[in-house]
Design a protein around this ligand. Sequence first.
Ligand code: HEM
Length: 500
Amino acid sequence: MELFLSRIDFGGVFGILLAMVVSCLLFLHFSSRKKFRTLPPGPTPLPFIGNMHQVDIKELINSLKELSKTYGPMYTFHLGSRPCVVLSGYQVLKEALIDKAEEFSGRGDFPAVQMWSKGNGIVYGTGERWRQLRRFAISTFKNFGMGKRSIEERIKEEAQFLVAEFHKTEGKPFDPTFFLSCAGSNIICTLVFGDRFEYTDKKFLMLLDLINSNWKLMSSTWGQMLFSFPEIMKYVPGPHRQIYKNYLKLARFVGERLEMNRQTLDVNNPRDFIDCFLIKIQQEKNNLDTHFNEDTMLKTTVNLFFAGTETVSSTLRYGLRILMRHPEVEEKLHEEIDRVIRVNRSPCMEDRSRMPYTDAVIHEIQRYADIVPMAVPHTVTRDVEFRGYTLPKDLNIIPLICTSQFDPTHFKNPTSFDPTHFLDESGRFKKNDAFMAFSAGKRVCLGESLAVMELFIFLTTILQNFKLKPLMKPEDIDITPESTGLGSIPRPYQFCLIAR
Ligand code: HEM
């Protein structure tokens, strides 16, 4: 009897406790909804999981695109308990990122990286620190010749190293991933570390592997889960936990390079970005509010190394696959390269204005490959009136830039690969404002002009030297991505390069 009574007591206390916890959580849920009642309508969220029951977590971006068909170009979506406003289509993206550039320039939650960066650096920084670091990086790159001849010469030289490596494959099947990563990464390495690496350098290959696997992890289902439920996923075992560890390894390598630079620094003769940063730290050493310190330098350098490596190489890898699916496009590229550049000199940026077809194809590759489909989440930097709603300061914004790139009101054939999207009737290059591969506004990609040079020189140099030979019939080549998250990942493939 006594035992029975104590069971009843235990059950009763447990029931009361459970009811209290649930009511507290529901109270928190509804009071937070009250706080966000000025937001645009969207699907009804449930406590804790938000709207995650209404999407396919493996296809988060496609699900968000799908929801915009019901809720329009701007709607509220709860990533777990985190409310976000999703922007979809060229018009609303332009009104936010360009017309209200300052207000939409905050950086939103991206837990996979914030666990490591803690808001420091350029990509994940906000406010005055971000502004100063971004300005410093842009001006330093300019001094080292971005947009001028010297960096172009470096890209031309690297393109020849790449071609030499490709020749070694002697027309046999191979996977181009690491060759392209080495080439892309070496350009940013020259700017940041003052030097390139050999394609056989084991440490370099290990670093590229870390970047490549983090890019893939952030774009996987595990990455989407971490993005949606950071507080829970932090404790759940799984491959996503490797992201943080990989960042630590990358930071260790960059830390070693910083030390090497420090020991050999000549303040009158800076060799690279790191030297310039070290000098800036010295100049600001009496400024108590300075944003230039060791941690900022480390995180900014890792940002540049990461952002500058995987993006260009993924685009090239995707581009070559698309060209194998469309041999008629490859043929026209060969024709234009042979006519304008011929065979006895390397392609250079001056050629681009005389090569409208190539220019259009590169834009179309970037549009179709869509390698950073939702940019990186933004926030609004203050309370802002937008399209009849009040968006409170720090609210997360998801700019689905992919929806601009595939907007049917701006591209006649959005789901097909069609270079005429960027050509007028006379075959001249035609700009399209809805092209947002580099995003837009204050957070627009910092490496845009560098990436544009790399894509043009690398692609034309490859096609000047080789013809692409797929291992299957062109019509059987699948050009949809393998997975989509932070990045759209092209399917792995092998192919042959036949010397021309
Ligand atoms: C095809 C190549 C590339 C593409 C498609 C690309 C695309 C992007 C996109 C979509 C963003 C996010 C913008 C936003 O938040 O709205 C971004 C940011 C950024 N990119 Fe790139 N990128 C490329 C190459 C590069 C290169 C070569 C560098 C190296 C310097 C670089 C450095 C950065 C940095 C530092 C940011 C952060 C900017 C900020 O938060 O202020 N990117 N990029």
